[in-house]
Design a protein around this ligand. Structure first.
Ligand SMILES: Cc1ncc(C[n+]2csc(CCOP(=O)(O)OP(=O)(O)O)c2C)c(N)n1
Ligand code: SF4
Length: 285
């Protein structure tokens, strides 16, 4: 399988220059590197420019309600834990509407990868601030002189503290690095969070390609991703230097490993003969 086999023949409707193009190319490359079986792979999206990515990818996919990719991905994984499940969406989708689901997916350590297209705005609805926007950002709804007055969420720091067992960050302007981070996240057994820095060329005049180009730095090879304290110290950095790479990697049992109900294999492959749900149907009638 090559990257082009992952491509459906639809033309993406993102604005010219949008960072989502780089994310899409890296996703295809990661799928090809891992030689994923597309019939055993499920991409679950929320709503937003970022979430449109599933419309262009040749695997099973579900476009859910805004902020609901993780609970739907959880259901898919628990019904058939032999599938490769990837959730994908924007910073508004995941850190705004979906924040509660993020918290619980991380502490359960579900074996799902979660790719957050972090453009620091609500792109599809024309550029309102999101939970990751820089303080002072000016929009129609956060006007001068103050602009955005809220503190931003640091996705990497939060994912580490909530219990995600793989936490990384990458940048769509470095597609090889991004594809590598995606492949590592998908290969990891456990909840793998990937914060993807993605310029929105239409509505974010602060976090541009030039802005990132000056700041993005690969994490030094001396960093030990098994060292939680080191990972948290690195995660705190944001400003003149923005670290990208693997912050944390931990091997520990996944949610499905701990469930007795899944010990005999995926629920989806159990025989239906002998299953009598008439009592339940009567109760619900
Ligand atoms: C419950 C609900 N509230 C609001 C909306 C309107 N809405 C659609 S997309 C969107 C913003 C998406 O922003 P983000 O998740 O950051 O993704 P981006 O478009 O920036 O990739 C909003 C608010 C919706 N579809 N559903
Ligand atoms: S509005 Fe922003 S995020 Fe959406 S397609 Fe255009 S550039 Fe990309």
């Amino acid at each position: 399988m090559s990257a082009s086999d992952v491509n459906l023949q639809y033309v993406p409707t993102w604005c010219p220059g949008c960072g989502n193009f780089g994310i899409f190319n890296s996703l295809k490359k990661a799928f090809a590197t891992l030689q994923l079986d597309l019939e055993q792979t499920v991409l679950v999206n929320g709503i937003g420019c970022s979430s449109k990515i599933g419309q262009y990818v040749n695997c099973y996919r579900i476009e859910t309600l805004h902020g609901r990719s993780l609970p739907v991905a959880t259901g898919v994984k628990l019904a058939n834990h032999s599938l490769t499940v990837i959730a994908e969406g924007g910073d508004g989708d995941g850190m705004g509407l979906g924040m509660g689901h993020f918290v619980h997916t991380a502490r359960r350590n579900l074996d799902i990868s979660y790719f957050i297209h972090n453009n620091q705005v609500y792109g599809l609805t024309k550029g309102q601030t999101s939970p990751t926007s820089e303080p002072g950002m000016l929009t129609k709804f956060t006007p001068p002189p103050l602009g955005n007055v809220e503190r931003p969420v640091n996705i990497v720091d939060m994912a580490i503290s909530l219990g995600a067992s793989f936490v990384a960050r990458s940048y769509t302007g470095d597609m090889n690095h991004l594809a590598d981070m995606m492949a590592q996240a998908i290969s990891h057994r456990g909840f793998a969070v990937l914060d993807i820095l993605q310029p929105c060329v239409s509505f974010n005049a602060i976090n541009t390609y030039a802005w990132y180009q000056q700041r993005v730095r690969r994490i030094a090879e001396t960093h030990d991703p098994e060292n939680r304290d080191q990972a948290r110290a690195l995660a705190g950095l944001w400003g003149d230097e923005i670290p990208v790479g693997v912050f944390l990697r931990e091997e520990r049992p996944t949610f499905a490993d701990s469930l007795a109900q899944l010990k005999d294999g995926p629920l989806a492959s159990r025989p239906l003969e002998g299953a009598d749900i008439s009592g339940l149907m009567e109760e619900l009638a």
